[in-house]
Structure formats: structure tokens, C-alpha cells
Design a protein around this ligand. Sequence first.
Ligand code: UN1
Length: 492
Amino acid sequence: MQLNNYFGGSWQEGEGARYTAVLNPATGEELAKVRLSTKEDVDMAVKAAKAAQKKWALVPAPKRADYLYTIGNIMKEKKEHLSQVLTKEMGKVIEEARGEVQEGIDMAFYMAGEGRRLFGETVPSELQDKFAMSVRAPIGVVGLITPWNFPIAIATWKSFPAIVAGNTFVWKPATETPMMAYEMALIFEEAGLPEGVANIVFGSGSEVGTAMIEHPDIRVISFTGSSDTGRHVAETGGKHLKKVSLEMGGKNAVIVMDDADIDLAVEGILWSAFGTAGQRCTACSRVIVHKDVKEELEQKLVGAMKGLTIGNGLDESVKIGPVINGKALEKIQSYIEIGKEEGATLLSGGNRLTDGDFSNGHYFEPTLFSDVKWDSRLAQEEIFGPVVSLIEVANLEEAIEVNNSVMYGLSSSIFSRDVNKVFRAQRDLDTGIVYVNAGTTGAEIHLPFGGTKGTGNGHRDSGVAALDVFTEWKSIYVDFSGKLQRAQIDTE
Ligand code: UN1
């Protein structure tokens, strides 16, 4: 199978194009070849998007939304197929793949509902016989750059609000997960989405991503990915005066207080730290624990971790799948060494799995370090793998301070039965998402998703906030007095 650019409603075969292999991270099997697009390809995709945009913007929003209802229904019908492809391509276990596809379906119906809202504002004018309002206007052609860890959900977070708001888009999915983009293109076609509304290019961030950001006809870049790439997107976007929305890393913590339900906390930590093999921006990678319950938590966590089955995510009994590729494995391994050098205690895991069935995939044991210093590299840097650091604290104030000590601010959580502690924590934890008595993952699509500090640049995916990225506020004054009235001028 060969995956090609998709624009103007058709697949672009292209002579002499370069391709790279898409590999199943669980088995090493080649699933497809994906085209490495060029700057010229980006230009053609933008042309197709631009040619379609004016007409698309004139389609009334409730009618644009009808396409999203159809898309959501097709995704529902294809849910199992999409989940299977997702697990094969990305590695996450099938139960989580189904969850991710569901997230996309939810987004389709949620944003379809926005087609009948897209609320603006009417406000009184300071002049008599003058009407003032602000409406959300489409922006034009928007660029979407999405990561491999949530190849379908994050694509829907960006493309569906773009569609309902009257934009057309050029989308560059991660090179590791182009098959999900191919599947989405098939769904767009089946739904009858007009040609040129959805356009897809593949390839590297440095070549294709940069060409998108620099393209004069792309007005918005919505990016989710690593902090390093995000910084480049912001710099290049800034130079070209683009509206840039960034969603980047996390170093999310679960706080466990001395009055917490420890068994519940263990479940929350396991799910949010080791689900998706720790490859979520929202993954728990620090546990900040009150000293009085540290030992109990350690024992229970180590015990529970032994019960986590590792393997190919297509097997329903498997809880932890592979990580995405060899490079990710190397990075994780390097942090194991860093942790040891920094004097942390390795309580469980720490190794790559290479025997038998594991030999062709990229498997890493769930790993728990304890006695980690809050300011060590292990506790401060994003690892993006199944590695958790336990940090001991003496009280809530210290827990909050440690939580806030990292450069990121995506998600945080507190386990406590004390309502005063919980309310103090939700106010003082400096993250865009806070959970009480639940792990750090599992955000729902109708609430804003994003983080403070180094996680982003103030924009949000999901929820009604996503529309702020994909619309421009337009203020309109209608004077029906029949004479020239001047604001701010004292005419008395
Ligand atoms: C991500 O890891 O980038 O909140 C997205 C969650 C999921 C989305 C994660 N709903 O964990």
C-alpha cells in the first residue's frame, strides 16, 4: 500500500516521489509506504484549499455541520476497523484505540452542534440608531500539524472546528501514522465533503511543516507535538505573522495526600502513567506523595505493576503495548541511566524487552523510580514513555510547589478526601487541566484542552475554545440614523 498526497478531492500519484516505510511498532512489519512530500506538493495542496475556501465559507454553518454529522456516523460504523488500524500503526492497546476513535466521534457530533451556535455578540452602541455586533468569521486556509500518539483524536480536534467555522485546511499528519490520515480522507470522501476542503500532505516537519508555516496563503497553524518543534513553529510563524496555536509537552503529576484512598490512587496512577505506554502529553510521570503514605503507596504500586501484561496491543488481554520506535526506546533508556546517576532508587522495571515475541517490537517495562529529587532531570524533563518518578513531600503546600516547579503546565491530579485540600489544590495547581481523585489523563472533548507555561502559547484545543483558533472576530456597526454620527466625539 502506497500513501499519497490528497488534495482537491483526489489522490496525487506523482512521478518520482520519495517514500518511506510505515512500520508496526509491535512487530516491525511494514504496513505501508508513505510519500515524503515536497514544498511544491504543499503549494499545490494550498492552492486546492484556497480555491475551495470562499465557496465553503458561504455554505451556512448548520449545513457545514451536516457534513460533520455524516462524518461522525461513518466513523461510528467504522469504529472497529479504525481502532484496529490505529493499534497496528501506533501500537496503543485496542481498548485505548477504541477510546481514541470514540473521542473523534464525540468531537464530530460536538462540533456539528456548534454549526447551529457559533455564537457572536450583540452589544449596545454608544450612539443612537446604531447597531453593533461581533461575529465569528472564517479565517481562510489553515494548516494542521498533528502527532503520532493520538493520530485520529487530535486530527479531529483541529479539523472539525476548522470545517464548521468555514475554513479549508492542509493537514500534515505525523510520518509514523499516515494510515489514520488515509482513513480519515476516505471518510471525508464518503461523507461528500466538497473537494478542496480537506487536503493532506505527508513528510517531515523540517521540509513539509516549514513549507506550510512559511506559505503566505496559510493563515493559521495549529500544532501538537514536541516542545522543540513547537518552538520552531512559533519562531517561524512569528516571522511570517501567523496565528499559531501550540500544544506541547507535559510533566504531569499525581499528588497523593495522607488522607487519600490509596488503592484508588494506585489505579489512577497505573492507568495514567502506563496507558499508551506513557506516550500521552497528559501521562502521569511524577507521583508526589505525602511522607506518611509513601511506603504503602510504593508497595501497592510495585505489586500492581507486576499484573500489567505487556505485548501486542491487538491482544485484548494486553495492557501495555510497544513504544513508537527505536528512537523513543533509546530516549527512555537514557533516562533510566540518568535516574540511576542522579541517585534515584529503581523500584521496578527499567529494561527493554527483547526475548521471543518482543524481539521485533519496541517494548519497555513499566518503570518506577523512588526517592527522586524534585529538581533532578528525571523529575523535570519529559520522557514520553512508561517511566514514573516518586517524589516525597511533607505537606500540601510542598506538593503544590513541587507540582508547579516544572516548565510544563498541562495536567495535574490530587488524591485526597479532604475538601479543603482539594479546593486549595484545584486553585493553586498551575496546569490547564486538574483532576481530583482521578489520574492525569482522560480529558473530554467538550472542555478546553491545553496547558500553561511551556506546554503551549495560551490557545486551547477542544471545547468551544477551539473556535477561537479557527475564527476571526469581526465587529460590525450598522448606522441606521441617516446621518453621520461620530463615536468618541462630544456633540452636546
Ligand atoms: C495527548 O496526549 O496529546 O486526556 C492527548 C487524554 C486524552 C488526550 C491526550 N483524551 O489523555
